[in-house]
Design a protein around this ligand. Structure first.
Ligand SMILES: NC(=O)c1ccc[n+]([C@@H]2O[C@H](COP(=O)([O-])OP(=O)(O)OC[C@H]3O[C@@H](n4cnc5c(N)ncnc54)[C@H](OP(=O)(O)O)[C@@H]3O)[C@@H](O)[C@H]2O)c1
Length: 294
C-alpha cells in the first residue's frame, strides 16, 4: 500500500489519478475529512497532517510513502517530524520525496532549496531507502501570470534573460507513480525538467503563438517585485525566497534540461505548447484567477 501526502495539491492529486489508473493500492493523507470528497474514485484516505501523523500501526501498513509538503517557513520542521514518525513506526518504508532542483547543490542558498537540503540530510541519516525527485519550476507557476497576460498582454517577472526548464506537474506525478510502483529508477536524485529551457521572452512568444494574441515580457526590478508580492499579501519569508529564486534563475541556476521524464516513464516530457493548450480556459477565460504577482 502506498501513502500519498500532499494529496490535494498540484502533484499529489495527479499522482493519485495515475496510481488509480495503474490499479495500484493508494491511500491519500488529507488534512480534513471534507477534502477527501474530491479525491479520484476508488482512492482511500486517512485524515492526518505531517505534524500530526497517523498512529504507528497505521503508518506500518504503507511500504511506500510519497512525501510532499508546501513551500513555507516551517517546511523543514514539518517534513522532519513526519520522517521521525515513519522511523518510529519501525517498518522502514521506501520514501519518494519531492524536493526541488538545486537542493543537491551545496552552494545554492535559495531558502526553498536549503529547506529541502535540511530535510534530505535528516532523511539520509535515518537509513530509509529514498528516491528524491528534484523538479525544475512547474509550468503551473505561469498561472499566476494569467491575469496580466489577459488584461495587459504582459508577463511580469524579475527573471532577466534567465532560462528555466519548466516541467508540467503531471510529469512529476508520472515519475513519482513509477518510483512508487517499483517500475523505473528506485533511488538517488532525479532532476525532472521539461523538454527545453525557456526564458520569459520565449514563454511570452509561445503564449502568443498558442493563443494567437500578442503577449510580451517585462523584466521587473527585484525591489519592485518584492513590494508587489508583499502588497498582494505574500508573507515576507516567501517573498524574499521568490527574490532569491529569481536571482538564481538570472544566474543560470534553473536552465537545466534532463531526459529523466522520458527515461523513467517512456514518454517525452510535456512541451509547454501542449500544457498551454490544456490551460487555454484559465488563461483566456473570464479572469480574476489570481492577483498579478509583480
Ligand atoms: N512550484 C514549483 O515550481 C516547484 C518546483 C519544484 C519543486 N517544488 C516543490 O513542490 C512542493 C509543492 O508541491 P505542490 O505544488 O504540488 O504543492 P501544493 O499544490 O501547494 O499542495 C500542497 C499540499 O500539501 C498539503 N499540506 C499543506 N499543509 C500540510 C500539512 N501541515 N500537513 C500535511 N499536508 C499539508 C496541502 O493540503 P491542503 O489541500 O489541505 O492545503 C496540499 O495537498 C514543494 O515542496 C516545492 O518545494 C515546487
Amino acid at each position: 500500500m502506498i501513502l500519498v501526502t500532499g494529496a490535494t495539491g498540484r502533484v499529489g492529486f495527479r499522482l493519485l489519478e495515475q496510481l488509480a489508473d495503474a490499479q495500484a493500492s493508494a491511500t491519500a493523507m488529507v488534512r480534513v475529512e471534507a477534502k477527501a470528497e474530491d479525491l479520484p474514485t476508488g482512492v482511500g484516505h486517512v485524515v492526518a497532517t505531517l505534524d500530526a501523523p497517523p498512529p504507528a500501526e497505521v503508518l506500518q501498513t504503507f511500504e511506500r510513502v510519497f512525501l510532499l509538503s508546501p513551500v513555507h517557513e516551517g517546511q523543514a520542521e514539518l517534513e522532519v517530524s513526519f520522517v521521525d514518525a515513519l522511523v518510529a513506526a519501525g517498518h522502514g518504508p521506501h520514501v519518494v520525496k519531492v524536493a526541488v532542483d538545486g537542493f543537491q547543490e551545496p552552494d545554492c542558498e535559495v531558502r526553498f532549496m536549503r529547506n529541502h537540503r535540511l530535510i534530505a540530510a535528516h532523511l539520509d541519516a535515518t537509513g530509509l531507502p529514498v528516491t528524491y525527485l528534484a523538479p525544475n519550476s512547474f509550468m503551473e507557476n505561469l498561472l499566476s501570470s494569467a491575469d496580466t497576460i489577459r488584461n495587459q498582454g504582459t508577463i511580469f517577472a524579475p527573471a532577466g534573460d534567465g532560462r528555466i526548464g519548466f516541467v508540467a506537474a503531471g510529469d512529476v506525478a508520472a515519475v513519482a507513480a513509477r518510483a512508487l510502483t517499483g517500475i523505473g529508477e528506485q533511488d538517488g536524485i532525479h532532476v525532472l525538467t521539461g523538454p527545453e529551457a525557456l526564458s520569459y521572452t520565449d514563454v511570452a512568444d509561445r503564449i502568443s503563438a498558442v493563443f494567437a494574441r500578442q503577449v510580451g515580457y517585462e523584466d521587473v526590478p527585484p525591489d519592485r517585485a518584492r513590494e508587489t508580492m508583499l502588497a498582494d499579501g505574500l508573507p515576507a519569508w516567501q517573498a524574499d525566497g521568490v527574490i532569491e529564486l529569481f536571482e538564481w534563475i538570472r544566474n543560470g541556476g534553473c536552465d537545466t534540461v534532463t531526459d529523466e521524464v522520458r527515461q523513467t516513464t517512456g514518454e517525452d516530457a510535456r512541451p509547454i505548447e501542449d500544457w498551454l493548450s490544456e490551460m487555454r480556459g484559465v488563461f483566456l477565460g473570464p479572469g480574476d484567477v489570481s492577483p498579478p504577482r509583480f
